[in-house]
Design a protein around this ligand. Structure first.
Ligand SMILES: Cc1cc2nc3c(=O)[nH]c(=O)nc-3n(C[C@H](O)[C@H](O)[C@H](O)COP(=O)(O)O)c2cc1C
Length: 476
């Protein structure tokens, strides 16, 4: 006989998680959510435990509320089969484990939008393989990539609690490696190790930014993308963005504009020194950021035509980590402070602040948290400015908004990353307005249960996935 406190199993078994193509019992509450809100108001009053900011939900957009402010930073696993770029059981095991352990959001590793834009043969891909001549075969290979990615999205969606509006979001980081493509996976050797055709690489087909003298030494085989080829890459991003949302089921998109990948190479004067002389690199700040803004315009256009809404993240290298160079020689924090409000006006909801990867760093470096804090302050100032402008001239729009597409401005949130290893540090960053979301990379590799670890450190009571958490009285 069931005791009074026991849930009737029929109720649970009869209601599996909806909208996913496999059986899994439906969670009562979304994993990772603070359990304090289960208490009534009087109990809350009496409770000495205030929910730390880290474990308070965050609404990125209406209908996109995460249960806590912790995210898995994108990390390439270099584990796809070189012949197809598809998700394997290794990816499923790795990513799905974070979902059942209550993470607020996960940014899937860098996924290339073209075959030759993969940084290694083992990168995941969301590209049409034009080496496959038969169109039907090419499309079915592409569908297999989509199916693999969809499995991860389905699993994340299976975790939403029936009583929660909060959900764990799963996003995809879309990328193109530019001249950094065709390298050895990092687990074989840190740094740039180009691999040629005999070892599965494609050095004859590496295209990117025009080669400055610095890059010519490191990537002598790389070819300069023509203006038409840059526009083609923008179209490949557009296709991959649309299919990530509509076919794979991702909740959000992150554009990889950091770490010396193609977009970052265009943005930084260290790698885009004006020698291109076209609209994507004539020596001005505006020409260098154009590739990124054109991709953001495609997103706004897609949203407008499809009537879909989803958060847009952009990961930037806030500095080339060579702040001591002459002005205009490298990308510096002050360039990011100029860029950040423009990104918000182009509909970016979250700026993910990383750094480096484009040129050799010099010391002293500005810590990543400090850059995140300054970027957040710049966005806040910009939003206040816009609000004042709007209240004085109700018909005006922010000056940098792309007039052709009339987009909504982004939410302008900031995600910080970089050696955030303790719950206390993460919570402090949120309280001190360094950022709105704390991302962790290596911390999650070391301990996939980092959310629970940080909850313990902050003496918080956090909902666990039902199949695991009942043992610890962390479900009902
Ligand atoms: C194995 C590994 C792979 C990574 N791959 C990516 C990637 O695909 N895209 C990206 O933007 N950053 C990548 N990064 C950087 C991480 O997202 C993160 O910014 C970095 O590890 C610093 O955070 P942490 O100190 O919490 O580890 C990678 C880092 C690691 C350790």
């Amino acid at each position: 006989m069931l005791s009074e406190n026991t849930i009737d199993p029929d109720k649970v078994m009869a209601k599996p998680a909806p909208n996913v193509p496999f059986f899994i019992p439906r969670q009562p509450l979304t994993p990772g959510i603070s359990r304090l809100h289960k208490q009534d108001e009087n109990q809350k009053e009496n409770d000495k435990l205030e929910t730390p900011l880290l474990f308070q939900p965050l609404t990125i957009l209406p209908n996109f509320t995460i249960p806590n402010r912790i995210g898995v930073s994108p990390m390439c696993l270099y584990s796809a089969d070189p012949k197809d770029g598809k998700v394997t059981p290794f990816h499923l095991t790795h990513y799905n484990g974070f979902a059942i352990r209550g993470v607020g959001l996960t940014i899937l590793e860098s996924v290339s939008v073209t075959k030759n834009g993969r940084t290694t043969p083992n990168d995941l891909g969301l590209f049409k393989d034009h080496d496959i001549k038969d169109e039907h075969d090419r499309d079915s290979k592409y569908m297999e990539q989509i199916e693999g990615l969809k499995q991860i999205c389905d699993f994340y969606h299976s975790q939403q609690g029936s009583e929660s509006k909060e959900r764990q979001l799963i996003g995809i980081q879309l990328s193109h490696g530019g001249i950094k493509s065709s390298q050895l996976p990092l687990y074989f050797g840190y740094g740039d190790h180009p691999i040629d055709e005999s070892r599965g690489g494609w050095l004859n087909d590496v295209h990117g930014i025009s080669l400055t003298s610095r890059n010519r030494k490191m990537f002598p085989y790389a070819k300069t993308m023509t203006t038409a080829e840059v526009w083609q890459v923008i179209d490949e991003f557009d296709r991959a963005i649309q299919d990530s949302i509509c076919k794979c089921g991702f909740d959000f998109i992150e554009i990889h504009a950091a770490h010396g990948y193609l977009i970052n190479q265009f943005m930084s004067p260290a790698t885009n020194d004006g020698s291109r002389k076209d609209e994507f690199g004539n020596g001005t700040f505006e020409s260098r950021i154009k590739i990124l803004l054109e991709i953001l315009k495609k997103i706004q256009n897609f949203k407008k035509l499809s009537n879909l809404e989803f958060p847009v993240f952009v990961r930037i290298s806030a500095s080339d980590n060579d702040e001591s160079s002459e002005d205009g020689e490298t990308w510096k924090l002050k360039d990011s402070l100029k860029l950040a409000p423009i990104l918000v006006d182009y509909g970016v909801d979250v700026i993910n602040v990383s750094s480096g990867g484009n040129v050799a760093p010099t010391k002293p470096r500005i810590p990543q948290w400090e850059m995140a804090k300054q970027i957040k302050a710049a966005i806040v100032a910009h939003s206040q400015n816009n609000t004042e402008k709007l209240s004085h001239h109700s018909t005006s729009t922010p000056t940098t908004t792309p007039t052709s597409i009339n987009s909504r401005p982004g939410r302008g949130l900031v995600a910080a990353v970089g050696r955030i290893h303790e719950g206390e540090t993460a919570n402090k960053y949120l309280e001190e307005q360094v950022c709105d979301i704390c991302l962790s990379g290596t911390g999650f590799l070391k301990n996939p249960n980092q959310v629970e670890k940080w909850a313990d450190e902050l003496k918080s009571d956090v909902q666990m996935n039902m199949q695991v958490g009942w043992v610890f009285h962390k479900v009902w």
